[in-house]
Design a protein around this ligand. Sequence first.
Ligand code: DLL
Length: 449
Amino acid sequence: MIWNEPLETMPRSELERLQSDRLGALVKYVYERVPFYRQRFDKLGVKSDRIQSIKDLPQLPFTGKNDLRDHYPFGLFAVPMDEVIRLHASSGTTGKPTVVGYTREDIDIWAEVCARCFALSGAKPGDIFQNAYGYGLFTGGLGMHYGAEKLGLNTIPVSGGNTARQITLLQDFRSDIMACTPSYSLTLADALHSEGINPADLAVRSFILGAEPWTEEMRDEIEAVLHADAVNIYGLSEVIGPGVSNECVEGKNGMHLMEDHFLCEVIDPETGEHLPTGSVGELVITTLTKKALPLIRYRTGDICTIDKDPCRCGRTTARMSRVLGRADDMLIIRGVNVFPTQIEAAMVGLAEISPHYRLIVSRHNRLDQLEVQPEVTEAYYQAIGESHFSPENQAVVELTNRITHTLRDALLINTKVTLLPPGQAPRSQGGKIQRLTDTRQQTSDDRPQ
Ligand code: DLL
């Protein structure tokens, strides 16, 4: 089922005309209403009435997460607060979160794009839908909720976690569709297994999985253990929340972008150059219809490709690949966003350690683990004595524990800390320093035994 057939199967030439019209109106809208954009356009000499086609897009400036932070909390809003009916915020750990606002019209658009996602995932009106994305400031729960109601699903707002209750609902309500993070679907599979429940006896046809990176290998595993389709959904708070794109269950070969609302391009993350269709690069999104927080060329930081070839499901919308990585260095550890700069900032006051460190992210028993390896100072190393510098040494244990607590307070997640002798952490070779090793894509310990 295609939820909005006229818009989702529109010939590309017509779609591009619609996008051009909307882009022209948007540029005038933000110039008139958002001082930040007026100043940026003026500085760059962008004349808002000259932007009339999507071909003009590269002339426009980018917007970044920092711009939202610099105008915290509501400084980029384009409408007065009495027109804003909802606020959400991104899952920042320390510092200021990114705040996003919605007018009534924005909420309707959000419900519309999420309704399309459900149809893409194989849901039909009347299906029972178990929504295991978190309700709250996170956009996952409420975003999916409104889309589900719009499509006409029996919506269960169970929210995230509480696996025993999720299983009870799956069994007693016989949910047809479930939405959660991909890693949680595996936790659920484990719990079903240990309860002796055969997932094939449940009614779920489709799991709608997103909000964090996952792989084709994980899909194979999830589909095999849960006896259901696993489809990918993508989105980000700044742009709307879930609903930017979603795979079709027929193809499962890239996520259909809601291109009448979101104008998407791929750029070179280093140079900012707009890249031809099919290139790997950073996804940049211009919101074509949002009223409260319209964004021009928002840099998502997500690396992907875009494919405009026709899809067998009949939709004409372009498809984005899985998120292949992050352009910046933000890590998502068990759903919490962590920036290496936060780790540095937390450790900077500790006299015993040098500014050099290594980060290792891995996955054990399906849980992400962040290991921080700070290097101790030469003075500390000499004071302990080279031959006594070992994880068992009492002083090393004390310092390790102290750093672990400091990091937990700063990041709100548990990390493993291992001290390195002087000179062992990576140094810049002239270019960008590579402090991070992320083995999550390669580890096989989260595969079925
Ligand atoms: O995660 C919105 C969402 C909720 C999407 C529920 C899908 C389902 P944020 O918390 O702002 O919003 O995080 C956005 O999460 O820039 C990506 O890096 C990552 N992300 C989201 N979906 C996917 C996905 C929500 N399917 C950030 N694959 C984005 C990989 C994803 N990464």
